[in-house]
Design a binder for this molecule. Structure first.
Ligand SMILES: [Zn+2]
Length: 383
């Protein structure tokens, strides 16, 4: 059974990130793991994060929805977690997938404010509405509670049941226009400080500056939330466009496209090079048609450029039109700038476009990150 749990934790690992372009909600991991009523299991369980992510995915009608997790440092040695779970959280911390803090304080709300994300929490945040006025807006704070078929969201603050995303605050937009450097060696969040433990440096690839989390502000000064040190300004942050893949009417995955970093998409492109792998979502016919690396996306001076790298060619759906006469063929090796609303079609029903212009349009049945979970961990509480 240990093996299956590891696989679930690996799947959950794919849904935690501190990338401002990709995270869709903020959670306090120490709070989530103790929602014992979600499954009636152990006092603390990392699998509850997976249940909450699944609920978020259902509500947002998208697969692969990542959360921004704030982790109290004490959690790394929490005796209520299994040693395997502690090891996994430490790995997430080392890789900068989660934010580990000595004093989380209001950081969860700060991140939600800077990025415009909903907060998944059972706290009521009494008295904080003055500082964070959006707390009162519908869907910005939702409490995951047990429901039929997994957690559902209710509001303790502000009303609404659907997670609502706002826009980045003006301060957030300003902070996220720059890249930042932490003077602390081997900082997982604002890396590149130089030096550090030999093993840490060997194991860790420098974090892509475009995916850096937002700094925390201390007396108006951009500060590393982990180390409390003042961050250095390392120049403008590379521009980013967020694209999404829709297959069979369902949005399966979002990905960030950054200047100077082309992204190949296809049946099985080189994933270590940042390629987006579609193979697992394709039927046999589509797998035969779609090339290993089918198209390549680039961001050039703010424009999204697509180049066909396939054997069979692709098509453009101008403005998202699904009418056959509108379809523009994109022959192998041909490039095109993506206009507003345009979709790239690799195969009928396999489309890529800007994430904010692409919604799921079929009845949604998400791929659960809990698919490998043993049934005993999923036992529901007795009524
Ligand atoms: Zn740091």
């Amino acid at each position: 059974m240990r093996f299956e749990i590891s696989k679930v934790l690996d799947a959950i690992e794919g849904r935690v990130c501190t990338d401002p372009s990709l995270a869709r909600a903020v959670v306090d991991l120490a709070e989530v793991i103790r929602w014992q009523d979600l499954d009636g299991g152990r006092p603390a369980s990392l699998l509850r994060l997976g249940m909450v992510i699944d609920a978020l995915s259902r509500q947002m009608e998208e697969d692969s929805v990542p959360v921004y997790a704030i982790v109290h440092r004490a959690l790394l040695s929490d005796a209520d977690l299994t040693s395997n779970e502690r090891m996994v959280v430490r790995r997430w911390a080392d890789d900068g997938l989660v934010e580990v803090l000595d004093h989380p304080g209001d950081r969860m709300l700060e991140v939600a404010d800077l990025l415009g994300l909903p907060v998944l929490s059972r706290a009521r945040f009494d008295g904080l509405g003055g500082r964070w006025p959006w707390l009162g807006q519908a869907g910005r704070v939702l409490a995951p509670v047990p429901g039929a078929g997994g957690p559902v969201f209710i509001a303790h603050v502000g009303g609404g049941q659907t997670p609502a995303t706002g826009s980045r605050s003006p301060v957030g937009a300003k902070l996220l226009a720059r890249q930042w450097r932490c003077p602390e060696p081997g900082c997982a969040l604002f890396g590149g400080g130089g030096g550090g433990g030999a093993f840490a440096d060997l194991a860790r690839v420098d974090r892509a500056p475009a995916g850096q989390p937002p700094p925390t502000l201390r007396n108006g000064v951009p500060t590393c939330p982990r180390h409390g040190t003042r961050l250095g300004d390392a120049g403008p942050r590379p521009r980013t466009a967020v694209l999404a893949v829709r297959i069979g009417g369902l949005v399966r995955q979002r990905f960030a496209l950054t200047e100077n970093q082309p992204v190949p998409v296809g049946r099985a492109p080189d994933a270590t090079g940042g390629g987006i792998v579609l193979g697992q979502w394709l039927n046999d016919e589509a797998r035969r048609w779609v090339s290993r690396s089918h198209v390549r996306f680039e961001l050039r001076v703010g424009e999204v450029v697509v180049t066909d790298t396939s054997t069979n060619g692709s098509g453009i759906r101008p403005g998202g039109s699904m009418a056959e006469p509108d379809r523009i063929a994109l022959a192998p090796q041909q490039s095109r700038v993506l206009g507003e609303g345009d979709l790239v079609e690799l195969y009928p029903g396999v489309q890529i476009g800007r994430a904010d212009e692409l919604a799921s349009d079929a009845k949604f049945s998400p791929t659960s990150v809990m698919a490998e979970a043993p049934t005993m961990a999923m036992r529901l509480p007795r009524p």
